[in-house]
Design a protein around this ligand. Sequence first.
Ligand SMILES: *[C@@H]1O[C@H](CO)[C@@H](O)[C@H](O)[C@H]1NC(C)=O
Ligand SMILES: *[C@@H]1O[C@H](CO)[C@@H](O)[C@H](O)[C@H]1NC(C)=O
Ligand SMILES: *[C@@H]1O[C@H](CO)[C@@H](O)[C@H](O)[C@H]1NC(C)=O
Ligand SMILES: *[C@@H]1O[C@H](CO)[C@@H](O)[C@H](O)[C@H]1NC(C)=O
Length: 327
Amino acid sequence: MAPAIPRILVRLSGFGTLVGGIIVFKEYLGGANYSGTENLKGKTVIVTGANTGIGLETARDMARRGAKVILACRNMEKCKKARQDIALETRNKHIYCRECDLASQDSIRNFAKMVNESEPSVDILINNAGVMRCKYQTTKEGIELQLGTNHMGHFLLTNLLLDKIKESAPSRIVNVSSVAHLRGKIHFEDLNSVKKYDEGEAYAQSKLANILFTHELAQRLEGKGVTVNAVHPGLVNTELGRHMGFYNSIIATIFVQPLLWIFLKTPTKGAQTTIYAALSPELENVSGKYYSNQLETEVSEAALDAEAAKRLWMTSERWTKLNQNNH
Ligand SMILES: *[C@@H]1O[C@H](CO)[C@@H](O)[C@H](O)[C@H]1NC(C)=O
Ligand SMILES: *[C@@H]1O[C@H](CO)[C@@H](O)[C@H](O)[C@H]1NC(C)=O
Ligand SMILES: *[C@@H]1O[C@H](CO)[C@@H](O)[C@H](O)[C@H]1NC(C)=O
Ligand SMILES: *[C@@H]1O[C@H](CO)[C@@H](O)[C@H](O)[C@H]1NC(C)=O
């Protein structure tokens, strides 16, 4: 007679199978890893917001491939930690921390000047940094923080580095947008959310602005050997949620977060579409497109509005004083 398997073991193994199943399911939901094996020796990559989440994982991947990676961050303490973490793991010594606070145009100008003067090339620029659903705050210049950081800051940075990026052609720009753009509207009559501020709407507006810019810039860069595409990283478990009150409440911590954990991507998974857009040979000649899960994806109708893209570009030039005192 076979010895009876103690019931507790059966229960435990059932539990183990369930946990294993959930982990496999989560891995499946997270989407495939980017499979390309491109080597980036001799290339320079800039990643904004590289000290945490998707930015950190994107930078780590670029470092593994041998690139010189510039971590453009606001918080230098965290940036140095990230640098150390990446350098130790990848044994790549060419990882640099540089201060770039996207909520300060002076900081962006200093960063761009430094890069422009000291880097022989900028082959890949990844506009990743972002703030999400925060209380009403403004940048140093008084621009609502989500529009100011997610859109205006990167607008300025990209334009200031554009000569260098063009010189480095073939080169690529990747803008991390979001599916949230689908709900976005550009409120030209109150772009800065002075009359009315809704944190979700302002976030969606800033992410729609990313896509409009990707389109306008792609047009401006046609034939220059520089491509610019936007990506949606997926719903990722990152610090972006740090401003979301409910998410951090006790109830959400106990009941909602564990459930969400199954559906939220890890930052590594969230980085895959960015990496795909930055490296895939398939996209060598592709510009002005939007990708999710490494597939070209349709954008909202509002994101196809070429008039709005031009108008936003001109407004952004004014708000960032782009054509004055650049240098
Ligand atoms: C994808 O990459 C992650 C991190 O490197 C790894 O843990 C995971 O097993 C990979 N998944 C697949 C399906 O290869
Ligand atoms: C994305 O598109 C262009 C080029 O990268 C840039 O001008 C625009 O500001 C970017 N938006 C962001 C912040 O991703
Ligand atoms: C970068 O340097 C080039 C010359 O190599 C110059 O034309 C350009 O204006 C500079 N841009 C910035 C932002 O300093
Ligand atoms: C991109 O364009 C170049 C020049 O026209 C061509 O040689 C190359 O095969 C194209 N690449 C892809 C992936 O279509």
